[in-house]
Design a protein around this ligand. Structure first.
Ligand code: GLC
Length: 682
């Protein structure tokens, strides 16, 4: 059951797609305080747990820290941070009471989840304009399901986007990209896409190409496509200010860029130098910008990633001017310590300065003007919406890949997200795992982290262990920053181990795709904390380093350097598969309880639940070569096992379960299915 309450005069974020009538009276569960903006207080029980908040640092249970939903361009995802790139205002309290809360408010919200006071939640927003939804359900999964139904179906990419992708910031020209493809092919490493970072553009101008580096782009795109590899270019939020550049000129002419209150230009510095920010909250500007993707689509491009759309601001001209004025006052070298700190901070705080987010305005659909900071969290959302709405016009019968860095609940209908600029450190491998269910709760199903880590230098063992998690995430992309150690698969000694891991990914595709599609269509989670499934098992609720992936399996990645294995908790007896490659799979049945499991660097383990089936295909180099009619079925237990299998052509936009799902059962060694496929019980 969902109850909706309204405070003040909230802006319609379009996060919610179902019509829910307003309740009168006061909000249940929480105490509301309207003294300064809006504040909710909730008294926590000693053992209450808190779930949700999507893209955020720390654990699956979010209790004990203070979070701020504010889309932030911050590459240091350390535990002491309060905000990352997404703003996902959905929480569930589980304990003496159980309920979900979604706060539909596009400005900044602070969630003190037992930080100031151990047993108190305090949620605060600066303005008392918000729609608040209280969601009840018997189980945690039911609450998520109700919420997800309310915010609409999650974005579904084309199937090829589930293939492995290689990315790196610094592929400078077509020869360099071709070389990546050559290496992957020569070593028979599966690959479906190569990402093009900012260097493909002419001086970082959106929808342009560096013609010297890519003299005949459409030809290059089709050459790669013939090899079964799709190119995925980046699009940045800021449009370079430059006379003669049509995107800039059209934007200025039509007032499609954000402006200052008095209508003058807002000028910020990002990759291309001075840019204007398209006003994605203005429907006309959204349409205009979205249709620009067509240029690249006409050249054969079928997927994009949207970046820097918090929006990230290196500096604004106004801010720079103010800072220079202030700096000139520090010319006396004999500074006291306080002076020194403020002097130093002056420069350091230029980037993404909060004041800059108050300097520009949006023109909404109804012509009203809104200051950016009040709707900050809708910016990346609407950039991605611009793209997706245009794709639906340009390619109505085919899915196009799109994922974004910044997001808000609602954007999950228009695209996926990647989790931004993580680092090549072990804790970020674990953070990747922990974020998956929280993102799923908030509707983000097509998601993944930069495998191997973006910033800093990776190590071979980190990459191997990270791949062993990444083979399960819908978006599986290896990406790294310019200047860091190269981390393409072929840069390492243990290429064979990487090839085998990638092979396992492709073997898992029929299952992963089927689970993804069912989760999207049924508004469910694909990555589940153990406690969501085994609700009566107090130990399961404590486990934050294992996840259920879909209906049949549990994963338990190794996330510590030099570890030769790890402890795994089994809430019930399961069958463990130890996979070195698709041809080298051992299996052992394990009883419920704790086990120490050895896992070599070149192995992956997974666990099959009783009564469930894991269908596995034979390997492939490309997604479209994965044969989902020749499957090995792994099940566990004496009793009947069954699996609801979703299959489609990987492109269709007519998404239904009907006609696309079949049931496979295995009983006493006999397989039953209404599909004409070949099955082997493994
Ligand atoms: C941002 C993106 C990163 C990209 C870089 C250069 O930091 O998050 O993925 O490589 O910009 O475009």
């Amino acid at each position: 059951m969902i109850r909706k309450y309204r405070y003040g005069n909230p802006l319609n974020t379009e996060a919610v797609v179902t019509k829910i009538s307003l309740e009168q009276g006061s909000l249940p569960y929480v105490k509301v305080d309207e003294v300064k903006g809006l504040q909710f207080t909730y008294e926590l029980g000693e053992r209450d747990r808190i779930y949700g908040l999507g893209e955020a640092v720390r654990g699956i249970n979010k209790r004990g820290w203070i979070y701020v939903t504010k889309c932030s361009d911050d590459p240091v995802h350390s535990e002491d941070k309060q905000s990352l790139y997404g703003a996902h205002n959905f929480l569930m309290i589980d304990g003496k009471e159980r309920f979900g809360i979604f706060i539909d408010y596009p400005g900044f919200i602070t969630y003190d989840l037992g930080y100031q006071k151990k047993n108190q939640i305090q949620i605060h927003m600066e303005e008392a304009n918000a729609d608040i939804y209280i969601i009840d359900g018997e189980k945690l999964k039911d609450i998520v399901h109700e919420f997800r139904k309310m915010i609409g179906q999650s974005y579904i990419p084309p199937k090829w986007a589930f293939g492995y992708g290689q990315s790196r910031w610094s592929y400078m020209d077509e020869q360099e990209i071709r070389e990546v493809a050559n290496q992957y092919e020569a070593l028979q490493l599966p690959l479906d896409s190569i990402y093009m970072d900012i260097d493909y553009m002419e001086r970082y101008k959106d929808f342009t190409l560096n013609e010297e580096a890519f003299p005949n782009f459409p030809e290059f795109v089709s050459e790669m496509k013939e090899r079964g590899i799709r190119l995925v270019p980046i699009i940045d939020a800021g449009v370079k200010v430059e006379d003669g550049y049509d995107v800039y000129e059209e934007g200025v002419e039509n007032h499609y860029f954000c402006e200052k209150e008095d209508g003058s230009e807002f000028r910020a510095g990002v990759w291309p130098g001075i840019v204007h920010f398209p006003d994605f909250l203005n429907p006309n500007a959204r349409h205009w910008f979205g249709m620009k993707y067509k240029r690249l689509m006409d050249a054969g491009i079928e997927g994009f990633w949207n970046d820097m759309n918090e929006p990230a601001i290196f500096y604004s001209e106004d801010q720079l001017k103010e800072v220079f004025e202030k700096l000139s006052k520090y010319q006396n070298p004999d500074m006291g310590v306080n002076e020194f700190w403020s002097f130093k901070d002056l420069v350091l705080t230029i980037q993404n300065n909060p004041k800059d987010y108050t300097r520009f305005y949006h023109t909404m659909g109804d012509g009203s003007k809104v200051r950016h900071d009040k709707v900050h969290n809708l910016y990346g959302y609407n950039m991605t919406r611009a793209a997706k709405e245009a794709f639906d016009l340009i390619e109505p019968n085919k899915r196009t890949l799109i994922f974004s860095r910044a997001s808000y609940v609602g954007m999950h209908r228009y695209g996926g997200i990647w989790t931004g600029d993580n680092q090549s450190i072990w804790s970020h491998l674990l953070l990747n795992l922990k974020m998956m269910p929280s993102l799923n709760m908030c509707g983000f199903l097509f998601t993944g982290a930069d495998i191997g880590g973006f910033g800093g230098n990776t190590t071979e063992d980190l990459l191997l262990r990270w791949l062993a998690l990444g083979i399960f995430t819908p978006l599986m992309r290896n990406h790294s920053a310019i200047g860091t150690r190269r981390q393409e698969a072929y840069q390492f000694e243990q290429v064979e181990a990487i090839r085998n891991l990638l092979g396992i990914r492709y073997g898992l595709i029929p299952y992963l795709y089927s689970e993804f599609m069912k989760a999207a269509i049924k508004d469910e989670m694909m990555f589940l904390p153990l406690g969501f499934e085994y609700e009566d098992d107090a130990m399961a609720a404590q486990v934050e380093d294992q996840l259920l992936v879909g209906e049949s399996i549990m994963i338990a990645p190794v996330y510590q350097q030099n570890a030769t294995g790890r402890y795994v908790y089994l809430p019930e007896g399961m069958r463990m598969l130890r996979m070195k490659s698709l041809d080298k799979i051992e299996s052992v049945e394990l009883q419920a309880g704790h086990h120490y499991i050895e896992v070599a660097l070149d192995e992956v383990i997974l666990f099959i639940r009783p009564g469930k089936i894991l269908p596995m295909a034979t390997g492939a180099q490309r997604i479209d070569q994965v044969d989902d009619t020749m499957l090995s079925l792994y099940c566990y237990g004496e009793n009947r096992s069954s699996y609801e299998f979703y299959q489609d052509d990987g492109f269709t936009t007519d998404i239904t379960l009907e006609g696309r799902t079949s049931t496979i059962t295995v009983e006493k060694g006999i397989v039953n299915s209404d599909r004409n496929s070949s099955y082997t019980i493994a």
